[in-house]
Design a protein around this ligand. Structure first.
Ligand code: ATP
Ligand code: MG
Length: 445
């Protein structure tokens, strides 16, 4: 992508309405613009990041065996009357009436709709287990939308729902999501800690919120510091093997949100106990037959008995993640994207636009990157060097290649790593070899 063509309206000044760093940086880096309170448009760079997050979420969902569907944003009030949540949801639900005076709503979540779908087409134990997910916009009329995309009113969520014949099956589905979430957040460059969360009337211990530690987080959390060093189940794990012990490896350490924190039960020595604030990026929840009973989602078991389907639901705040990742990865100059979700992997800065030699080398590097399908943003604008450097640091691409007049004589460019500012000289001819060694290059050539 050429910067001269790109719609990337960066701002020099901090917008006054933005209270936290991620909101400020998303505005300044031209990623989002507010449409109205808690509702945002995503501009090209913001949308690229959002899509990259979706891709990783999707890959991990698929890998766990979940299947992607797409349910609508608008739902009928009648479904929600069946579960009893139409009244309960109160003012957070955006209620709409169509031209025939039928009551509708903009979905804040999808338990009712998915249970309705499954109740009609899943009738036998042979059809189970199933796990269905979608990535869709939700609307919750939050009392205090704030912090940009972190607490929006319209926001993008990945939600999935598991369906099993019995509790053992449901627990296995829950455990799979537990591990799948650890892997997902780790691939996004985050340390998300699963913490015991409220189970409400369902009881039991199958509810965890995945929290990243950040001063600007809205929840207060308590956890054992050893959780920060645990290894993430990675490459080629088998979801059918050792699932419970993989989960136990995490849940054996104390970690709770303030709602669940019980000081007398917390035996973590003071020097190991982290008391901090955190951002909830995901939530997994087992709720048994709460919806299936009310919405008539039954199957026949192998003995011909009619049993209510055991369910769980699992959410990831996809749009909130964009803000959360910036909260945990930035410096005074701007954003620092993890390579896995960077909008472009490399930024190319031409310091001497109009000079035939500079232009030629830059074009050569740029077309080379295109050939290897590596995302590159080429700053080909006729701007001052200072402006270009500041802009490139602000938008936080992991690598910068700087082509300046000095190095050109010897065919050398500067390669700079955004995360620590470390830079070295590299021969133009060595760039393909360097790209080949990077994880963002998945193409054979
Ligand atoms: P919170 O406690 O932050 O209000 P919640 O418990 O109501 O969230 P869930 O119903 O568990 O949220 O939704 C799943 C995920 O969706 C959350 O873990 C969070 O990451 C995200 N999410 C929820 N509400 C919002 C919002 N208003 N804006 C952005 N993301 C949200
Ligand atoms: Mg929650």
């Amino acid at each position: 992508m050429r910067r001269s063509n790109l719609f990337l309206p960066t701002l020099k000044e901090n917008p006054t309405e933005a209270q936290i760093v991620s909101h400020r940086l998303m505005m300044r880096a031209g990623m989002i613009r507010q449409s109205t309170a808690g509702i945002y448009s995503w501009l090209p760079m913001g949308y690229r990041v959002l899509q990259k997050i979706c891709k990783i979420v999707r890959e991990e969902q698929d890998y766990s065996g979940a299947q992607e569907i797409l349910m609508p944003t608008i739902q009928s009030a009648d479904l929600w009357r069946k579960s009893g949540r139409y009244e309960d949801y109160g003012k957070e639900m955006l209620r709409i009436t169509d031209r025939h005076n039928r009551e509708m709503l903009y979905g804040p979540t999808n338990e009712e709709l998915i249970t309705d779908i499954v109740s009609k087409d899943i009738t036998s134990y042979k059809d189970l287990p199933k796990n269905l997910y979608h990535i869709q916009w939700k609307f919750r009329d939050e009392v205090r939308p704030r912090f940009g995309v972190m607490r929006g009113r319209e926001f993008l969520m990945k939600d999935n729902y598991s369906f099993d014949l019995n509790y053992e099956g449901a627990k296995r589905s829950y455990n799979k999501m537990f591990i799948s979430y650890l892997r997902t957040f780790s691939r996004l460059g985050l340390k998300a800690i699963p913490m015991a969360a409220d189970t409400g009337p369902i009881g039991g211990d199958l509810s965890h919120e995945f929290i990243i530690l950040a001063d600007t987080g809205e929840s207060e959390v308590f956890c054992d510091s050893r959780l920060l060093d645990l290894e993430i189940p990675s490459e080629g794990i088998d979801y059918n093997e050792n699932l419970q012990s993989m989960v136990d490896n995490w849940t054996c350490y104390y970690a709770a949100t303030d709602e669940k924190h019980e000081p007398h039960k917390c035996t973590v020595p003071d020097e190991m106990l982290i008391k901090a604030r955190g951002i909830e990026v995901g939530h997994i929840f087992y709720f048994g037959t709460k919806y299936s009973q009310k919405m008539n989602a039954f199957v026949q078991d192998s003995e011909g008995n009619k049993v209510a389907i055991e369910m769980g639901s699992y959410g990831i705040g996809v749009s909130r993640l964009v803000g959360a990742i910036i909260e945990s990865s930035h410096d005074e100059k701007g954003i620092i994207w993890p390579e896995s979700i960077a909008p472009w992997s490399i930024g190319l800065i031409n310091l001497n636009v109009g000079d035939p030699e500079s232009d030629e080398i830059c074009e050569k590097i740029y077309s080379g990157c295109n050939k290897y399908s590596v995302d590159m943003l080429y700053d080909d604008r006729n701007e001052r060097a200072g402006t270009k450097f500041a802009d490139m640091d602000l938008i936080g691409l992991p690598w910068q290649i700087i082509v300046g007049p000095r190095g050109l004589k010897t065919g050398v460019v500067e390669l700079k790593r955004r995360v620590d500012g470390e830079s070295k000289e590299m021969l133009v001819g060595d760039i393909p070899e360097w790209i080949k060694g990077r994880s963002f290059c998945d193409k054979e050539y």
